[in-house]
Design a protein around this ligand. Structure first.
Ligand code: RIB
Ligand code: CA
Length: 310
């Protein structure tokens, strides 16, 4: 089997943690590097969490490099109200990390990884797009070494942070605009598809039974379920970030529609809205394949298989 080279850019966060574990468990992906960004919690905490998760599953050979501590222009905005103070609150306190971040920093690690990879690399950003925007600004010559970007972010409709904006885009709309306008092939895994990936009691029980990490994953999601119920009234926490990984493992898990996506950066009420031109009324060239449907059964099959490989 030829495994696909990927880089995950993360802000763990419970769903980022599960996405990291998926990417490590499956033989179909070759996780070359992990970069961290401020998002759900501060950069210090997202980095600590990424290191802890990879240490837990004995993947300390994968370099982790820290990226942006704040958005390109905006004030930092975090989501402890969803993920807890640590960013990975829950019934199980993960042991401390057993390795240190790579001293190169996120942008240099991405650049070096793209240069050294024989094949072009798929980027899977799962947090605010600050690192990806800075990388594209500083290394335009390496854009053609990116096979694809499968990002978790945006929404064709309602937001989850404001009525108009999804969290990852809301936090750094300028970065998101630069990524969507970069010309790199993008699959947008927005709330329209990730909200269909709710891990209810049945799914969490199945997860709990998968290998040694099952109880930890299920514990993450039990906490995530409680906060999603309290904050949003959801009966199951959406596995946002794992959808972006699943879309790389099996693109047929998503139904997508090619369309123009613009990011609102000026609106007082609509900052961070991904304005999706579903009917092509703007006449602007499409720049993303936007997820409009999720094969939920296939998604969970992919998730279980991937975690079963740990
Ligand atoms: O809106 C959900 C997204 O924001 C997920 O990636 C979650 O981890 C947070 O980063
Ligand atoms: Ca995330």
């Amino acid at each position: 089997m030829i495994s696909k080279p990927v880089i995950l850019d993360v802000d763990p966060g419970h769903d980022d943690a599960v996405a990291l574990m998926m990417a490590c468990g499956t033989l179909e992906l070759d996780l070359l590097a992990v970069t961290t960004v401020a998002g759900n919690v501060s950069l210090e905490k997202t980095t600590h969490n990424a290191l802890r998760v990879l240490s837990l599953i004995d993947r300390t050979n994968i370099p982790v490099a820290t990226g942006a501590a704040r958005p390109l222009r905006r004030e930092p905005y975090t989501a402890e109200y969803i993920h807890g103070e640590s960013g990975l609150d829950g019934p199980v306190e993960l042991p401390p990390p057993t390795f240190e971040p790579d001293e190169r920093g996120a942008v240099t690690l991405i650049a070096d990884t793209l240069r050294e990879s024989v094949e072009s690399v798929t980027l899977i950003p799962l947090g605010p797009l600050t690192n990806i925007a800075i990388f594209l600004r500083e290394h335009p010559d390496l854009k053609n070494r990116i096979a694809h970007i499968s990002l978790m972010g945006g929404s064709m409709g309602l937001g989850n942070t404001t009525p108009a904006a999804e969290f990852n885009i809301y936090v750094d709309p300028e970065a998101a605009r630069e990524v969507f306008e970069s010309g790199v092939p993008i699959t947008m895994c927005g709330l329209d598809v990730t909200h269909a990936a709710g891990a209810g009691p049945k799914e969490r029980e199945r997860l709990r039974s998968i290998g040694e990490t099952g109880p930890i994953v299920a514990g993450f999601l039990d906490f995530f379920a409680a906060t999603y119920e309290k904050v949003f009234g959801f009966d199951a926490p959406p596995l946002h970030d794992p959808v972006a990984v699943a879309a790389v493992l099996d693109p047929t898990v998503l139904t997508t529609r090619r369309m123009r996506v613009d990011v609102e950066c000026e609106g007082a009420l609509t900052r961070g809205e991904t304005v999706c031109d579903f009917h092509g009324v703007t006449g602007k060239p499409p720049n993303a394949d936007v997820g409009i449907g999720l094969d939920r059964e296939r998604f969970f099959e992919i998730l279980y298989d991937a975690l079963g490989g740990l």
